[in-house]
Ligand binder design. Structure first.
Ligand code: 4AD
Length: 456
């Protein structure tokens, strides 16, 4: 074959081609352009015509190759995911044909940049949706190239931008707390410990305590950082590393705190929904999505216990949940799915929540706390008002068995001008699993980590 194959040469009499990205292809119709990218789809029609959909990360572009352009060795052996550079003119499509942006590049010359494997090693066999999930996770670097995953991570970027725009518009300052820490926030059982120059240190579970220290300096603050949890639970909503969006607000009441949290969620959704390309991504992945109506349902923990009883949602042993027990993932999701709208679940008993949570003034058994529950996913946010009284905090350390020494800087917060304050943490992967209707948070994390997987 090689012997007979044609060697292609660019026609020097043609106008010089201008290099463009596919996102600019509509504006570049009619003039000679040069586009580089990956062969996303390939269709050979007879021996004189080939259609290649090219992808460069900014869009998709159909390219049509005819005659000699299909006869070179590289053309005959071209594979999906090979990289090529094409030269030619973009023309609107004839009536009745479809392609991205309703146009196609009529190629007059092209070059191979790098050929992708064929046969057993071919791209399609590495990303086949029929392959088992762990094989696909081993090939995550290739799976990311598929349209669904590219859309998920494009949407993720837009959502993160919308969070930041929200906070900016409401006057919060973004800070960057450390990931290497020597204090715990959410209990010792999920800490990743490591050797820090001979001292014990942990990967952070939450930046909350650091955010609290920023309030007197900067006012309301937020951060978007990775949090780490040595979770023993293999569930569809637990990761060992996740992106944690956390905010902290000074001088707010519990009611104001809840309103601000609702405003953050709704305003962020409004922002992505108002942006046409982002809305298109959401609609592609989650066709029935509608922004939730507000106000969100408010439900006290005690009423959730009653709800579970009244709706016959039981424990595995057949008994009902009692006040004071943690409501695990399965019953929580069963309730949320039945109610089928966002819920602010509030007033959790103090002893099932973290040490720092403020107790209700009128009922010391329960805390000024909230979990936000979304249909399909369950909890996406956890937050609370914080204990602002020094003696109470010291007593809480003791009760929890925490040595207060390494927490001196957190304790100082109550000494050097305390304030009523509260904050929350939102799991970005869980928020996206809800918004984009993904079954598991493993789909909304670029390279998910969970027990048994720390690669690629
Ligand atoms: O409820 P959590 O543990 O709360 C805190 O860490 C607080 N200190 C946050 C704060 O008030 N600043 O975690 C908050 C959220 C959860 O609602 C969930 O969305 C997410 O973080 N999250 C996880 N996401 C993925 N994998 C895990 N293992 C997660 N653990 C918590």
């Amino acid at each position: 074959e090689r012997a007979k194959a044609v060697v292609l040469k660019e026609d020097a009499s043609l106008p010089k081609a201008e290099q463009i990205k596919i996102r600019d292809s509509v504006a570049s119709r009619g003039k000679r352009v040069k586009v580089s990218g990956w062969v996303h789809r390939l269709r050979v029609q007879g021996k004189d015509m080939m259609f290649a959909v090219l992808r460069d990360g900014s869009g998709y572009l159909q390219c049509v190759l005819t005659g000699n352009l299909c006869h070179s060795y590289d053309a005959i052996t071209l594979t999906i995911e090979s990289t090529i550079t094409v030269y030619g003119i973009i023309h609107p499509l004839p009536e009745g044909k479809t392609a991205p942006d309703n146009h196609e590049l009529v190629v007059d010359y092209w070059e191979l940049v790098g050929k992708a494997p064929e046969g057993e090693e071919a791209f399609n066999s590495k990303v086949s949706s029929e392959a088992d999930p762990s094989y696909l996770l081993d090939n995550r670097h290739l799976v990311l190239r598929t349209e669904t995953y590219a859309s998920i991570f494009r949407a993720r970027a837009k959502v993160i931008k919308a969070f930041r725009d929200h906070y900016e518009s409401r006057g919060y300052t973004e800070v960057t707390p450390p990931c290497m820490v020597q204090t715990q926030v959410e209990g010792g059982s999920t800490l990743f410990e490591f050797n820090y120059y001979g001292e014990n240190a942990y990967l952070t579970q939450s930046s909350q305590l650091y955010l609290e220290t920023c309030l007197p300096a900067l006012g309301d603050v937020f951060c978007l950082a990775e949090s780490y949890r040595a979770e023993k639970s293999h569930t569809r909503r637990h990761l060992s590393e996740y992106s944690h969006l956390e905010a902290e607000m000074a001088f707010v009441s519990f009611d104001q705190f809840l309103e601000r949290l609702e405003d953050m969620i709704c305003d962020t959704i409004d922002r992505v929904w108002a942006d046409a390309p982002t809305r298109e991504l959401i609609e592609q992945l989650n066709p029935t999505f509608q922004p939730p109506s507000r106000p969100f349902m408010r439900m006290k923990y005690a009423d959730a216990i009653t709800y579970l009883k009244e709706h016959d949602i039981k424990k595995e042993d057949g008994s009902y949940y009692q006040f004071g027990e943690d409501i695990p993932e399965a019953p929580e999701r069963a309730m949320t799915d039945q109610i089928n709208r966002p819920i602010f679940l509030t007033h959790f008993p103090a002893h099932i929540k973290a040490f720092y949570m403020q107790r209700c003034p009128d009922d010391r058994e329960v805390t000024e706390s909230v979990d936000v529950l979304m249909p399909g996913v369950g909890e996406i946010v956890g937050g609370s008002m914080r204990m602002d009284n020094l003696d109470e905090l010291v007593a809480a350390y003791k009760k929890e068995g925490i040595d207060p020494t390494p927490y001196y800087w957190y304790t100082d917060q109550r000494k050097y001008g305390t304030s009523p304050h509260g904050g929350y943490g939102l799991g970005v992967e869980r928020f996206l699993a809800w918004l984009l209707n993904r079954y598991t948070v493993r789909d909304t994390s670029l390279y998910p980590r969970y027990p048994g997987r720390c690669a690629p």
